[in-house]
Design a protein around this ligand. Sequence first.
Ligand SMILES: Nc1ncnc2c1ncn2[C@@H]1O[C@H](COP(=O)(O)OP(=O)(O)OP(=O)(O)O)[C@@H](O)[C@H]1O
Ligand SMILES: O=P(O)(O)OC[C@H]1O[C@](O)(CO)[C@@H](O)[C@@H]1O
Ligand SMILES: [Mg+2]
Length: 343
Amino acid sequence: MKIGLLTSGGDCPGLNAVIRGAVLNGIISHDDEFVGFRNGWRGVVEADFEEIVRHDVRGLSKQGGTILGSSRTNPFEGEGGGPENIQRMLDDNGIDAIIAIGGEGTLTAARRLVDEGGINVVGVPKTIDNDLAATDYSFGFDTAVQIATEAIDRLRTTADSHGRCMVVEVMGRHVGWIALHSGMAGGAHAILIPEQPKTIDEICEWVESVVDRGRAPLVVVAEGFTLEGMSEAHSHKGLDAFGRPRLGGIGELLAPMIEERTGIESRETVLGHIQRGGAPSAFDRVLATRLGMAAVSAVHDQAWGQMVSLRGTDIEVVSLQEATGALNHVPASRYDEAKILFG
Ligand SMILES: Nc1ncnc2c1ncn2[C@@H]1O[C@H](COP(=O)(O)OP(=O)(O)OP(=O)(O)O)[C@@H](O)[C@H]1O
Ligand SMILES: O=P(O)(O)OC[C@H]1O[C@](O)(CO)[C@@H](O)[C@@H]1O
Ligand SMILES: [Mg+2]
């Protein structure tokens, strides 16, 4: 078979390991051929692709980013967009199927292409936010947590030296998994996540109780966190390519509020895209490689409209419907468990 690969949405450590896993399994087990669409769905609607041979994926699993490039292009828009044009482009180039590696947006677009146009697409879940349902973890999350934890460890020593309150902002547009895990790993004194709005008074109570014990408080906040009463997440950076507010900056809002109310000198650090850059962790390399290999098997099983996913320690196949129907939120019980350690 001739299979087209694409990576779409924000990049994520492990994308290249998926590409390598898919290409090696396809070539070794099925004698497949591969092409890579450049820059996500843009490469599909513009018929912009290149052949990928075994040599191209050599040593790729440890490399961050994506060799194919990524974008937030909508495959239903533009001159070459929509299922009919895409099917024609695939037929013209002898491409039998697409493996779409992306988050909930990319996979929703993939599901629509299957449902509305009968395009042969299989999905692979990616996101550092870990917000995709129907998979226990997505690759990139473990690496992001590792990076955030290292940053928290470093911020604690400088906070301790100066007796300051540190506010560390991590990614997490809709869900607080990165904040929860890095905060627990780094021994944060408060973790603020989108699923659990809080008042500034509650936050300051935690901060003051830490200072009362003679410690320097460390607060981890997800970019999508809202203070009670805020109708939407803080945004002052305009819109992304899909017209959604670009987040980031809630930490810069909170630190001065904490300082003003408690009198404790406070600083903020926004980790931003550092969390998405660089080499994937060993866990993410293994997960991404297995998902890439399984996606090729799913193509040969003609599992169109399905996504490969991690369930326990097994790689399974689930419907894109299930994967994109709801987000994987942090359950209240997980937050309550972490909260015992706050303050
Ligand atoms: N319902 C939809 N129908 C068609 N296209 C969609 C739909 N939702 C999203 N897309 C397209 O898919 C692109 C990728 O989605 P999005 O920007 O949400 O990234 P993602 O794949 O969810 O990854 P991440 O959010 O982790 O960066 C969007 O920019 C948009 O062009
Ligand atoms: O700056 P970009 O590439 O638009 O992406 C930022 C977004 O990507 C994510 O990392 C993953 O969806 C979000 O947490 C964040 O809001
Ligand atoms: Mg998304």
